[in-house]
Design a protein around this ligand. Structure first.
Ligand SMILES: [Mn+2]
Length: 255
């Protein structure tokens, strides 16, 4: 059986919508395609606020992708908003954080892309640079222009079998303080963190600051390898949750 991969949606207001509700729960086609190409079955998870519902959804998928989107509300990493910060969507931010918490409890693999990487860092106590202007390339998004060095032995290095790759770059924020329990595994030549992975045994949470889903559409081998590594991990059986199960059983008996 192929693993089912939940893709967290963004909220999008459709300016051309004249009749129906203009607010859409949106996922770019490239994420859907990249998962299918890598051997997974994509499902879109709409933005929602009910933690328990999010937990139940997480329990029914084999992995989660957190996709690119708007800036994360700086309040969530204990900073005031600077003038260069973009528009924030607190409902989407909380949805990402709730999904990460559920994934952590269920030992569900998570791939965080761009905002997804930033959300992983913030969820575990890290902070962000609110504006790093040099990381938005002029070239089209499908063009890899940005040199990134990969840490030896990391998830990324093992997936792509190389210490250095070329990626695209479309972010104006980046990790400042790395969250505890995470390793920085990819850097640009100036030392900006471009990739992270969680160090906790049994957990697979990896984030990249670039957009591999766009490069994967153009058959970029490193990007395809990253999605394959994630989907392959999602297909593996997870350890049974010995410490959670008895409490759930008690609740069942009570209820
Ligand atoms: Mn970059």
């Amino acid at each position: 059986m192929k693993p089912i991969i939940g893709i967290a949606a963004n909220l999008l207001a459709d300016r051309h919508e004249r009749v129906k509700n203009p607010v859409k729960h949106a996922v770019e086609q490239d994420y859907v395609q990249a998962i299918r190409q890598a051997g997974g079955i994509p499902v879109v998870i709409p933005v929602q606020a009910d933690c328990e519902a999010i937990r139940q959804i997480a329990a029914r998928v084999d992995g989660i992708i957190l996709i690119g989107g708007s800036d994360i509300n700086p309040v969530l990493y204990r900073q005031k908003s600077s003038k260069t910060s973009g528009r924030v969507y607190p409902l989407v931010d909380q949805f990402y954080l709730d999904l990460i918490q559920a994934a952590d409890e269920l030992q569900l693999p998570v791939l965080g892309i761009c905002k997804g990487l930033q959300a992983l860092n913030v969820a575990f106590g890290g902070t962000l640079h609110q504006h790093l202007p040099a990381h938005v390339q002029d070239k089209p998004m499908q063009q890899a222009t940005h040199r990134v060095l990969l840490k030896e032995g990391s998830v990324l290095e093992q997936a792509v079998q190389d210490r250095e790759i070329l990626v695209n770059s479309f972010h104006h924020q980046a990790i400042r303080d790395l969250a505890a329990g995470f390793d920085a595994i990819a850097f640009d030549p100036d030392g900006v963190i471009e990739g992270i992975q969680r160090t906790e045994p049994g957990s697979w949470m990896t984030g990249v600051q670039w957009h591999p889903e766009i490069l994967a559409r153009h058959r970029d081998s490193a990007s395809c390898a990253l999605f394959r590594a994630f989907v392959t991990r999602c297909a593996e059986p997870r350890k049974p949750q010995q410490d959670v199960a008895p409490e759930q059983q008690r609740q069942k008996r009570r209820g």
